[in-house]
Design a protein around this ligand. Sequence first.
Ligand code: 4NP
Length: 154
Amino acid sequence: MRVLFVCLGNICRSPTAEGVLRHKLREAGLHGRIEVDSAGTGDWHVGKTPDRRTRLAAQRRGYELDALRARQVSPQDFASFDLILAMDASNLQHLERLRPSQGKAELDLFLRRYRLALDEVPDPYYGGEDGFERVLDLIEQACDALLVELEGRL
Ligand code: 4NP
């Protein structure tokens, strides 16, 4: 089972989701059975570590993102992954256009899939510190629901 999180830059929201889910999978003893990755629809930050504000906010909650490096999503990802989860509607639209006709991956909007208070994870890049905390709050809630789904699918 392979899960891919996608946002715009792959330096704020999707690496946060990758780090949080990895942490929860380890705690649940499932890290050997489910693979997790993240990517961006854009290529501006390819090869970079997550945004410093993202890394610090994550670290304060016990998530380590320093080893992650940004990459751009590719049509091949639709063959390699089972589930691709977009952070906002614009990311989802981009992925729908990129999707090859024979791509096997299921594609969905991350928060909407689990009926959280919002459908989209707001982009924190141009905002203040509280935006990064909000991203973590939403992603932690959605990852709890995703973990329940993944446990049921194994
Ligand atoms: P992300 O946030 O999509 O959550 O990684 C952003 C990162 C960078 C930019 C926009 C959003 N940017 O415009 O460079």
